[in-house]
Design a protein around this ligand. Sequence first.
Ligand code: ADP
Ligand code: MG
Length: 677
Amino acid sequence: MLEDTVDRLKGVGEKFAADLELMGIRTIEDLLFHLPFRYDFYEVKPLAEIIHDDKATIEGRVLYEPSLSFYGRKRSKLSFNVEVEGVAVRAVMFNRAFAKKHIHADETITLTGKWDAHRLQITVDNYKMGEAGAQAEIQPIYSVKGNVTSARLKKLMKQALQTYSDELKEILPQNYLEAYKLPTRGAALKTMHYPENRTALKHARRRFTYEEFFLFQLKMQLLRKIKREAVTGNAQQYDENAVQQFIQSFPFELTNAQSHALQQILADMQSPYRMNRLLQGDVGSGKTAVAAIGLFAAVTANKQGALMVPTEILAEQHYQSLTELFAGLANVVLLTGSIKGKKRREILAALKSNEAHIIVGTHALIQDDVFFHDLGLAIVDEQHRFGVEQRRILRDKGMHPDVLFMTATPIPRTLAITAFGDMDVSVINEMPMGRKAVETYWTKENTLERVLQFIQKHVQMGEQAYVICPLIEESDKLDIQNAVELHQMLIDYYPEQMKIGLMHGRLSSDEKEEVMREFASNQIQVLVSTTVVEVGVNVPNATIMVIYDAERFGLSQLHQLRGRVGRGDQQSYCILIADPKSETGKERMRIMSETTDGFELAEQDLKLRGPGDFFGKKQSGLPDFKVADMIHDYRALETARKDAAEVIETNALDNNPAFEPIRSYLESEGVYTLKLD
Ligand code: ADP
Ligand code: MG
C-alpha cells in the first residue's frame, strides 16, 4: 500500500528510514511524490548559443591523445583538444586520470560541463564516447538532505515505482483528462521521475499543475461556501431611502466602480448570509467613501458598525472625517490604545448600550472587554497588516457581523484568487475624475541640493512636502536617529519661516496627533518622517513626496508612500532618492517612474519578488505548490478556478460519482466535512 512506510522497500533499514524521515519522507507515497525540483537537459547546442559559465553539452572530434598532469598529492588534470564546428575547443577533466585510457584521437566524443566562452574551454563533468544522439538526455535533480545521497534516492525511487505504481489511482474525472489531454496520474508520476523526452515531461507537469490548482481551488471555494452559509439570519434590513440620501449628500458622485462595489456590499448585508468580502482599490480610489456608506447602512438597520485600522494616526483621521460625515446621523466614537481609564470605560459602556453607533479604532477594538450591543458590519482596513487571528476575533465579536476587508495594496489577480480564494472580492479599478497622475522622478543623492530647492519653491507657492528619511537596516531606533538628524539638517538649511516637522514611531500618540494636526493645517510645511505615514494619511495640500533609500522598499510600499500626495487639485511629485546596486533595484525605480497604476505595479512587483515574498515575511496564506507556478501557469490557474466553481455550483461532489476520489481527498483534508461556528 502507498501508506506503507518506506522500510518496506529493500535496502531501507532503520537508519536510512530515519534519514528519509528528516526529509519529510515517511511513506511510499511521500517518496513517490518527492519530485525533482529541476531537470538538467544534456543536448548539443551550437557554440554560439551557449551562455558563458552555463552548463552545456558539446560534441566533437578528439584532436590528439589527452595529456595527463598531476599536482598536489592526489590531484590530476586531463586535458585535450576537441574540434567542434571547425574550432579547437579545450577540454579539461579533473581527478579522473583513468579516463585517459578511453579517450582516443580522431574519435567522436560528447562532453558535458561548464562552458567558458572567453577561453573556448569546457570543464568536463561527464563524457561519453560517440555521438550525443538526437534526444536530449534529461537528468532529474532531487533535493537531498543529510546522509541521503542523490544516487541512493534515485535507486530507491526506481524500486518504489516498479513495486507500487499500479496502486496510484486516478483522482481527476476521465472527461477532464480527455478534455485537457492530460496523462493519467500514474503515467505522469513515472514521467516526472524518468522523463523520456521534453514533450512527455511537459505534459506530466501540465497534469500536476492542473491537479494542484484544481484541488486547491476546490478547497478554497468549498471553504468560501461553508463560511458563507455557516451563518444565516443576519440579514440587515437597512433603509434604502436614507442610504440614497446619504450618498446624495456627498460633494461628488460615486465612480462606476465605487457604485458597483457598494452594490455588492449592500447585497451581502441584506442577505441572510455572512459577508466575507475583500475590497481592493488603489490609494485614493475612494474605498473609505464606500466603507462609510456601508457603515451608515448598518446604522439604519439598527445595528452598529466598526472600522479597524492599523495605526493610531489613521484611526484619528478616520474618526474625524466620519464624525463630520455622520453629524446628526450617527454617534461615532474612537478607541485606541492610548485611550484609557474613565474615558475608555465610558466608550465601552456606550458601545454596549448602543449609544455609540460607529466605532473607529486600532487593535484596541478587539480586546476581551469590548462588547457591542449588536455589531452588524465590521470593516478591517489595510487587512494585510492584521494577522489572521486578529481578523477572526473581530469577526466573532458581536452577533455574526458581516465582514469587509479593505486593502490599498492592489493584489495581482493570480494571488488574489489563490490567497483569498475563500473570500468574495470587489475591486475599485477606477480613479475619481480629474485626478492628476503623480510625476515620479528617480535621482541619486548628489542632487539633494536641487531637490531641496524644488521643495522650497513649492512651499513658497503654498504647497507642502513629505521627506521620508533614510533607512538603516531593520533598526527602528537608528531610523529614528536618522529622522532626527535629517530634521535638524533641514531646519538649518531652510529659512526660518519654513517650519519643519518631525514624525516617527517613538513619539507619543499625543505628540503624533499634534504634528499631524499642524501638518494638516499647513503650520508645518515640510514633514520629515519614518514610514509611519505610509498608510491612509490624507493631507491634500501636500504635493511632494521625497523618499530616501527608495531601493530598499518594495514596489507596493513605494506606491503606498507615493499615494500620500496627488490627493488634491495640484500637480504632485514623487522623488525617489536611490542608488540601487542590483538590477532588480534599478528595475523597480524604472517601473515606479513609468507607472502610476497600482494594479499594474502589483503585477510587476509579483514578477520581481515572486509569490512567496509578495505579502512580506508573515504567513501569506499561499499554498506550497510542488509543480505549479502561479506566475508562469496563470492560465491553468484560471481554468482550474472556473472548473472548481462549476463543480461547487452544480454540487458535483455529492452527485457525480466521477468526483468520488476528489471527495474523499477533500474529506481527508478536513475541508469537506468542516463545520464552522
Ligand atoms: P481610499 O480610501 O481608497 O484611499 P478615499 O476614500 O480616502 O480613498 O478617497 C480619497 C479622496 O477622494 C477623498 O478626499 C475623497 O473624498 C475623494 N473621493 C472619493 N470618491 C470620490 C469620487 N467618486 N469623486 C471625487 N472624489 C472622491
Ligand atoms: Mg449578511
